[in-house]
Design a protein around this ligand. Structure first.
Ligand code: ADP
Ligand code: MG
Length: 330
């Protein structure tokens, strides 16, 4: 009797052990997170499932590759080469990302009547945001530099890019979004189905969370260090916020921030302090969040009405919260 009891106990124990072993090693719920620095910001990716680690490694490689290509300060990168080529055509035959990104940027420039403009580079530099040596340029200098800011100065050839009229590229408002799309593709290619990608505030929620439910994303309150405006629940969506409360400097009691109005050359002052765009395309969401910040609430709504291919959450200078019809903030 006793022997039987012990052997039954042992058998159960072996089965329990086996189940636990299989569960751990099947990797079904395996969670893997990596936090790293790229594109001038802190990034983190959390992924679930057996391919989590491999997927994150691939995503990270993609982000680093794009960082090298798109940085205006990397002397060995294609963006730097285009920016220093004068009026000469620069071959992008081996750089499909740069051409694709410029094409997407130009589409959004046209859609927003130039509120989004990747030739804003010379002004961003003059205000000191490129090297973080802040400076308030005088009106004359701004006027001169504005002559170089025009997305129509970018000429796309079959395999080349030419910058006319001394224009300079600046991918600051779109690179992280593009990198997030590339990271999500890398994760998916590796077989990852659930992940949260956060590239310095450019968030992409892939699939569902660990429990199979929609991802819950908190939207930061621009008026508070810790508080959030509320939460949205999303799946397979980019959530990107642009604001004037994180990257700015103050001089003589005035605040100057890093999103500039290509029309005036000064920090965009459309009445908004924060813009969040939700879309299935992170490149689009990143560019549109910057554009909406420049355009203001009314024009953003007009563009929204054209296609409704994104949703928005805006916060105004007066603390008013404006959301598009597809947003449910809880
Ligand atoms: P962040 O990078 O802080 O998330 P954005 O996506 O709004 O914010 O990008 C801001 C950056 O984009 C600036 O630092 C500058 O390099 C560039 N930029 C500023 N104004 C514009 C504009 N009107 N259109 C395109 N790029 C801009
Ligand atoms: Mg942006």
């Amino acid at each position: 009797m006793k022997t039987k009891y012990i052997s039954t106990f042992a058998a159960v124990a072996v089965i329990v052990f086996l189940i636990a072993f299989i569960a751990c090693n099947s990797g079904k719920n395996k969670e893997y997170t990596e936090t790293f620095f790229a594109m001038d910001t802190v990034m983190s990716i959390t992924a679930y499932g057996p391919q989590a680690e491999e997927g994150i490694n691939k995503a990270r490689q993609e982000i680093n590759r794009l960082d090298q290509l798109l940085s205006v300060n990397n002397e060995n990168g294609i963006t730097y080469r285009i920016n220093t080529a004068g009026q000469d055509a620069v071959s992008v035959a081996d750089e499909p990302d740069v051409k694709a990104l410029i094409e997407e940027a130009l589409t959004i420039s046209r859609l927003t009547a130039g509120s989004f403009d990747i030739t804003i580079g010379p002004l961003v530099k003059a205000w000191g945001f490129t090297e973080e040596e802040f400076n308030v340029p005088d009106d004359f200098e701004i006027k001169k530099l504005l002559e170089k800011v025009d997305f129509n100065n970018i000429e796309i050839g079959n395999d080349s890019i030419t910058l006319k009229n001394d224009s300079r590229l600046d991918f600051g408002a779109i690179a992280k979004g593009y990198a997030a799309d590339a990271a999500v593709k890398a994760l998916k290619d590796a077989g990852v189905k659930k992940a949260l990608v956060n590239l310095g505030g450019n968030i992409y929620a892939l699939g569902t969370d660990e429990k199979g439910e929609d991802w819950i994303i908190g939207i930061k309150d621009p008026y508070s260090e810790e508080a959030i405006l509320g939460r949205i629940s999303v799946t397979d969506r980019a959530v990107v916020t642009s604001g004037n409360y994180e990257r700015y400097f103050e001089k003589d009691g005035k605040r100057y921030w890093h999103i500039l109005d290509p029309e005036t050359g000064y920090p965009a002052d459309s009445g908004l302090v924060s813009v969040t765009i939700i879309s299935d395309n992170s490149t689009y969401a990143d560019a549109m969040s910057t554009a909406a910040f420049v355009m203001g609430a009314e024009k953003t709504k007009e563009i929204y009405e054209l296609s409704k291919d994104f949703e928005y959450i805006l916060v105004t200078k007066n603390g008013e919260l404006i959301t598009s019809e597809g947003v449910s903030l809880k």
